[in-house]
Design a protein around this ligand. Structure first.
Ligand SMILES: C[S@@+](CC[C@H](N)C(=O)[O-])C[C@H]1O[C@@H](n2cnc3c(N)ncnc32)[C@H](O)[C@@H]1O
Length: 227
């Protein structure tokens, strides 16, 4: 996708450097320590939204849970800038952006560093030959499972039925349990309907149902899995 030109983008990004983690692979395996240095009040868990866009969802969660830390990975710089400006304007001290595309999550995080991963309206990559680029392809799921704590979760929302079906199939192939699942989140009583993303709001206005599932990472005692 072509990036949108934003006035003074580089200067504005540089002025918000303090909200970005540029060298995330160097922080791998010591995220907790690093985030405590950033915010001494941080005592909770670390969550990641991969493909967080302009960060509305992360900002809402972060405001509700000041004890946790929320990381947003986003590869498009013009979108990162909007997200950083939102975090600055809301004066949140528990959100940081990783301004990169996540390709191999294990280069960013070591085993069990994250409590949860959010995948909201991930690019659907509709062509079969691009299936490996979908963020719920089994190769990605395998990485998420490693970097999540035992008993952690992945929450996934999409408007795309094809991507939703693909995701459920990939979870089955990876031996991951689906804890919650609905083809119409906003007609369900599930708590995930309460904090929405920017894309979710847009699709709801168009009357499109939001598909959602919550994938549970097995606790240590769970039976052997394919990965
Ligand atoms: C359709 S938007 C959804 C944004 C937001 N999650 C929402 O629901 O409003 C998908 C975003 O994911 C970003 N993205 C796609 N693949 C990514 C990856 N591998 N790592 C980080 N960001 C990614 C895109 O640049 C785009 O901004």
């Amino acid at each position: 996708m072509r990036q949108r030109k934003v006035k003074n983008e580089q200067v504005r990004l540089a002025s918000l450097e303090y909200l970005q983690v540029q060298n995330s692979s160097e922080i791998r395996s010591r995220w907790s320590e690093f985030l405590k240095e950033k915010n001494s009040a941080f005592k909770g868990d670390i969550y990641l939204e991969a493909g967080c866009g302009r960060g509305h969802f992360l900002a809402a969660l972060a405001a509700e849970h000041p004890e946790n830390f929320y990381l947003g990975a986003e590869g498009r710089s013009s979108v990162v800038l909007r997200g950083l400006e939102l975090v600055r304007d809301k004066a949140l001290d528990n959100v940081l952006y990783i301004p990169e595309f996540i390709l191999d999550i294990e280069t960013f995080f070591a085993d069990s560093e994250l409590a949860g991963i959010y995948l909201n309206f991930s690019d659907p990559w509709p062509k079969a030959r691009h299936a490996k680029r979908r963020l719920t392809h089994r190769d990605y799921l395998k990485g998420y499972k490693k970097v999540l704590v035992p008993g952690g979760f992945i929450e996934f929302k999409t408007d795309s039925l094809a991507l939703f079906d693909f995701t459920l199939d990939e979870c089955r192939a990876a031996g991951l349990a689906i804890e919650e699942c609905t083809e119409d989140l906003h007609r369900s009583g599930l708590p995930a309907r309460l904090v929405t993303t920017q894309y979710e709001d847009r699709f709801r206005l168009l009357g499109k149902p939001i598909r959602y599932c919550r994938i549970r990472i097995p606790a240590k005692s769970d039976s052997e899995l394919p990965y």
